[in-house]
Every structure is written in C-alpha cells, then in structure tokens.
Design a protein around this ligand. Structure first.
Ligand code: GLA
Length: 732
C-alpha cells in the first residue's frame, strides 16, 4: 500500500501554540478531536456524520474530562489510560500534542497519528486512528516509545479511552464458561466502575468477551437507536473498563490487562498496543453488528470473501477412537450427504506414547501407526476417493508431561521458577512458552511439517485446551517475568504470521476448548472459530446470538450433532438441530453410522439447500429480530444479501406450551418496494405452509410479518416439541 505522508496544515497562532480539528470521517459517522499545541487532544464528538457547516459550529462538551489518552501523575484523580514509571523513578507523565500526521489509505480510508510528547521526559506516544470508510469503523491504538537512556516501566497501557455522554446508556456484554460461551448481558451503566477482564493467559473468550456495545438512548434495540460498538483486537488477557463519576460522561478504556504484566520498555523500544475497533450506528445493535461483520470479512478474517466448505468433524462421532477404517467410513458418509470436507480430530498421533485419551502425546505430531497403519497418506487417498477434502486436528502450543517433546525439552514449558508446574487436562497438560523463539520455531514446524509432507491437507483445526496456570517463563529473564502474558501472544502472532506467509490458502480453525478464541486478535490468521463444545441446538441459539454481535456467520462453526446431546443430554428434533446450525457455518459433529436413513436424508437435503443459501448466510447482512434472551418463546433473525434481492429468515421456538402465544415476527432489512417469493427450506411438514410460493412486498414483511405455524406437522410418529422454520425470500 502506497503511503503518502504529509503534515496537515496547522493553524499557527502567535509563535508557539497551534490548534487543529482532527476530523475522522467514515461514510456515516464522524469523530472529532481538538488538538492544540502542548495540550492533550480532546474528544469533541463521535456520532452521525457531520456536515462542514456543523463541523464549524460544533459545540464543545461541558463538564467532562475529554482527554484522548489520559496519562497518570499530574492532576490525576480519575482513571488513566497510561501510567509510566520513568527511568529515574518519577511516576508522573504529561502528554501534550506535538504534531499530527495524516496518511492516505485505500479508497477513502485515512489514518491519523497525533504525536504526543512529555515536556520533561523523552517518552512519546502516537495516538493512532484509522478510518475504515465504507464500513463505518474507526480503529484506534497507541505506540509508546521510550527515548530515555534506560528502561521505563509501563504499568498501564490501554489502547484507547473514549468518553461517552451519560443519558440512560446501556451496556451489552458477553460472558460465559466452557460449554456456555457468549451469553448476552444487557445492563444500564450506573455510577462506579464496570470492569471486564480476562486472565486466562492463553485464550480469552470463554468467560467474558473483549467486545461491548453501548446503547446511547436506553436499552438496546436491534434495529433502531444510537449504538457504539467496541472490539479489542487481541488474543491475550484484556481489560475493559467503564468509569462513571460525577461528570456528564462514562469513560471507556480498553486494552491489554495490566495485572501482573508491567512492561519494561527498553531504550529506543516502541510498545504498540492492540487496536480497538469502534463503530457507531443509528440502526441499533444489529446495525453495529453489520458494520463489524463487513469490516471483519473485508479486513480482518482470513479469507473473509471465500465460501466455507461443509464439513464433518470426527470428535463427537468417535472421540479418541480413530482408525483408518472408521475415518474412511465417516468420509464416505459425509461425502454421500453432500459434504465437502472431513476433519480428523484428536487421537491420531503419538508414537512412544500413543494418544488413547487426553493425558499424553501433545507435541508428538507423528501418526499413531497402530491406529493408522497407512498414515495420513492413506487418509488423503480415501478423501480423494470420496471426492472430498481432508483436515486434521492439532494443538501445537501444548504438550503433556508424558510426551517425547517434554522428555526432550522440559525447558520449553511455562512454569514458575523453582516450582513444579500445575498441570491441566488429563493431569499432564502443559503449555509451551511461546515467548521462546525456539518454541515459536517448533510450533511453526508442526504446521510446516504436516503441510510439506501432505500438501493436500486443506484444513487445520488448531486447538488450545489450557489456561496459563503457572506464572513463569524459563526463557524470559527474572527481571522480565511480568512480560509473560504479553510475550506469549506476541510469539503466537509471529508464528501465525509465518504460517500465513507460507500457507496463505490453508483453512485454519481457531478452537480453544470450544469458543475460547473467538476474538479479532487471532482471526486475521484463522478462517473461523469453534463456537462451543456444547452443540445442543437450544443452547446454541443463545450462544450464537451473543457471538453474532461482533462476529459474522462465516466465522462461526455450527455443527449438527447427535441426541441426546453429549453435553446437556437434551433431545431435540433433527430438523431443529439442522435449522440452528444452518444459521452459521454449517458442519456436522456426529457418527453418521448411527444415524437413521431418514436422518441422513434430512441432512442430505439440508446440505443441498445450505449450498443455495450459503452466500446469503456467509456474506449477507444480519438483522436480529427477536432475541432468545427476551424469553418470548421464540427467537428469530435473518440475513439479507447486499442487493436486498435474497434473504433467509430463521425462526426457532425456544419453548413449547399448549395454547402459547408467540409474537408475529416483523422482518427487517428488505427493500420495501420489492416483492419477495417465500419458499420454506428443510420442510418436514406433510403440507406446505400457507405462504409457500406466495409473494409479499418487503413493506408488508417488515411492517406486518408472516404468521409461523407454532408446530411442525410431519406425520404423527415424527412430531416433536421442537419447532423451527427456515424461509428463503427471493425478490421477483
Ligand atoms: C477441545 C475441542 C474439541 C475437541 C477436543 C479434542 O475440547 O474444543 O472440539 O477437539 O478438544 O480433545
């Protein structure tokens, strides 16, 4: 990308002071900062796009601390974004504006760098903003440079700070646990502090998420209302904080979690904070989601513009019971149902310590010849025979104390000095120290060796099943032990970059005991993430709903699995499981051998129909309609293609009672003036719906909506308490 650097015109008044309005524009939004010589840049505005006239007459905020990057130590009774202990021990920092750079990007994209200096200490901070014009995203981050003669210590290093005007502002955030990821919480922001932190060390989205939305005019609505969304693009420990005090503002901070992570910035070294992406929309929560999805697919996600294959993953089907014949059978079955890829999960490797269960062999990435005598070659041959692609599971950042890797390199694991390591899964799992360049080389070689030997491998499921449970690096110096969390993720990112440079076409899934790595920090290197180890269709509706706030369907792996479900033991109808999985990146997680012919036929039909709607689901605009969290007995959302000519409408019942009353769902996002023909997908009812084949105007569908029958009506013996509908709307 050609960069044109030039100094913006500075309004020079008198001899030393200058002032400038930095106006960051996207298609529909504007952010304004006042920048004045020697002073901290001040936020003046963030909201709908302003005209030149309004920009000239912009009213200054009152009664708020509008510093763009509050520094600790001088006049500092409130939260700071940055705190530095200078080389001489001084804990105060003052950051005044020095100059501004504007850098032209592609199209209307622009980058602004507000250069800040401390008048006493030679520490500088670049406050960076990148306007991603068409998608209405503003990315922001900072670059902190130590010009002092000795190291300085960063004790706080947020990526950004943003004041948000009070006035019934609601926060939407996500929390959960293994098997229950991405639960939506919506709450008003009250006085005091709301802190959302991650401390896992290796993965960061099982519990809380590094993304939040602020609904500015009361509890968030999906398709109307002013909303700001913020996503920290980072794979490691994070901290999001909202401080509300006696002023007119809430103060939002986001960045790397500084807990136990003070950073010694060497002379001449620059510390770049991860970026935070902001988006403002007047079209409600779904409006912000659409902006993030578009930006994500275009600028962040690996292969965000390429349709994903429909796959069968072996885990819930056979767990560790891998063998050549079984894999061949599964490949044959998924191929016969129209699938395009088979992924062999955990259990295929280990020589000296064969992986029979989860307590050994991570790190020994060689085929277990007793299970797979014909090796990966045999599997690739069979995949070819069935006309599908082949993928494989690895967990390259990890080892077990029972492994050849650990026998050879006990110094590669993360552990506290002078102490035995606390172990994880299987009582033996350990994490490799990604801060160590030798470990980075090893992790790179895990992928590189597989891909060099077997270039036909199409897909890698990259797992990470342990938190950092020991604070200690055997590579970092004793003085820099507090760098562990940060260096781990730098090492991981470097390794991913190397992999992507050599294998740009490979599809890679980010898995981490389920949905532990659903974040915009890793997704530039990964094509998708495993949403959750819990594949129960009902609970998935809740999890996928929360995940859809910031992540597009194309990145969300959703698999049809067996019943009773292996996590919650609920039995749902096959149609229901299909209808839920089809709203994301469709796949299967089941032993097809145990499916009835009828179930297979349903899946075969669903796969064929998904292929028709795949571009709409994977590249379309999301409109969430009825939230499962509102407990109305039904949940519904739809995707609409860019031309508003095709749409897929999903409707799932979340409860089943006799004489229940469900809302009629009004659609959204259609062209009011177009007429759409309705066709039900995955139909199991004996009779077509009354609206089948009929045509309705977009206006009618959005103002009124269609009545859904409350039950599916297959033949009597196949009736169940689970009902769902998927409708394709096709503009005539
Ligand atoms: C994790 C993943 C699962 C599966 C197992 C294998 O739990 O989330 O999908 O790959 O590991 O051990």
């Amino acid at each position: 990308m050609k960069k044109i650097l030039f100094l913006v015109s500075l309004l020079i008044s008198a001899s030393t002071t200058w002032a400038e309005q930095v106006v960051i524009q996207t298609k529909n939004t504007t952010m304004v900062l006042d920048v004045e010589g020697d002073k901290q840049p001040q936020y003046v505005y963030y909201g709908t796009r302003l005209s030149d006239y309004d920009l000239q007459n912009l009213q200054k905020p009152r009664s708020g601390r509008m510093d763009a990057y509050p520094a600790y130590g001088m006049n500092c009774p409130a939260e700071a974004a940055i705190a530095i202990r200078h080389a001489d021990g001084n804990m105060s920092t003052v950051l005044g504006s020095d100059y501004v750079d504007e850098i032209e990007g592609k199209g209307n994209n622009r980058e602004y760098r507000i250069h800040l200096v401390d008048p006493v200490y030679p520490v500088t901070v670049d406050l960076c903003y990148r306007a991603v014009y068409d998608e209405d995203i503003i990315e922001t981050w900072t670059e902190i440079k130590n010009g002092e003669k000795k190291p300085v210590t960063l004790t706080q290093f947020a990526s950004c700070s943003l004041p948000i005007r009070r006035g019934n502002v609601w926060l939407s955030h996500f929390s959960g646990s293994w098997g229950n990821e991405s639960n939506l919480t919506e709450e008003p922001i009250l006085a005091g502090q709301k802190v959302i932190k991650n401390k896992d060390g290796a993965r960061n989205s099982h519990t809380d998420h590094a993304e939040v939305m602020f609904s500015l005019d009361g509890k968030g609505r999906e398709n109307s209302g002013d909303v700001i969304g913020a996503a920290l693009c980072y794979s490691g420990n994070y901290q999001l904080k909202v401080e509300t005090d006696d002023t007119e503002y809430h103060y939002f901070f986001a960045g790397i979690n500084p807990d136990n992570s003070e950073y010694h910035l060497k002379k001449g070294e620059t510390f770049a904070t991860p970026k935070v992406a902001f988006s403002f929309s007047k079209c409600g929560l779904s409006g912000v989601s659409r902006n993030f999805h578009k930006w994500g697919r275009k600028y962040m996600l690996a292969h965000g513009n390429k349709e994903r294959k429909i796959l069968l993953n072996s885990w819930e089907g056979v767990y560790f019971d891998i063998n050549q014949q079984g894999m061949d059978q599964m490949m044959g079955d998924i191929a016969s149902m129209g699938g395009e890829l088979f992924v062999m999960d955990d259990g295929w490797f280990g020589d000296k310590y064969p992986r029979k269960t989860d307590n050994c062999a991570l790190g020994d990435w060689v085929v277990d010849k007793t299970k797979l005598p014909e090796g990966i070659e045999g599997l690739l041959r069979d995949a070819k025979k069935h006309g599908i692609k082949f993928g494989i599971w690895i967990e390259p950042e990890m080892t077990n104390s029972v492994s050849e890797l650990y026998d050879a390199h006990p110094d590669w694991i993360i552990k506290a000095p002078k102490r035995d390591a606390v172990k994880g899964r299987g009582g033996t799992q350990l994490i490799l120290d990604m801060s160590n360049p030798k470990v980075q080389d090893f992790v790179f070689s895990v992928v590189d060796n597989l891909m060099t030997k077997y270039p036909e491998i199409d897909y890698i499921k990259w797992d990470a099943n342990m938190s950092i449970m020991n604070h200690g690096s055997q590579y970092l110096t004793m003085n820099d032990q507090s760098h562990l969390y940060i260096e781990y993720h730098r090492g991981l990112e470097k390794t991913c970059q190397r992999i992507r440079a050599k294998y740009p076409d490979l599809t890679i899934q980010a898995c981490a005991s389920g949905g532990g790595r659903a974040n915009w920090g890793v997704l530039p290197y990964f094509d998708e993430f495993w949403e959750s180890d819990n594949t129960d269709a009902l609970q998935r509706i809740y999890m996928q709903w929360g995940t859809s706030y910031f992540f597009p369907a194309i990145a969300m792996a959703c698999h049809i699995s067996a019943t009773p479900n292996h996590t919650v033991f609920r039995t749902t109808a096959m149609k229901y499981r299909i209808d839920v999985a089809m709203s994301g990146r469709l796949g299967m997680e089941i032993q097809p051998k145990n499916m009835t012919d009828e179930e297979k036929a349903l899946c075969r039909n669903a796969i064929a129909e998904y292929k028709q709607i795949r571009p709409i689901v994977q590249f379309g605009d999301i409109y969430r309609l009825v939230s499962p969290y509102d407990k109305k007995g039904v949940a519904s959302l739809m995707y609409v293609d860019e031309q508003k000519s095709k749409s897929v409408f999903f409707w799932w019942k979340t409860e089943s009672f006799q004489n229940e009353h469900l809302p009629r769902v009004k659609m959204a996002g259609l062209d009011a003036n177009k007429n759409y023909k309705v066709h039900e997908l995955n139909r199991i009812d004996l009779k077509p719906m009354d609206v089948e084949g009929k045509t309705f105007s977009g206006a009618y569908l959005m103002n009124h909506g269609l009545e859904m029958p409350y039950r599916n009506e297959p033949e009597w013996s196949k009736k169940s308490d689970w009902s769902s509908r998927v409708l394709l709307l096709d503009a005539e």
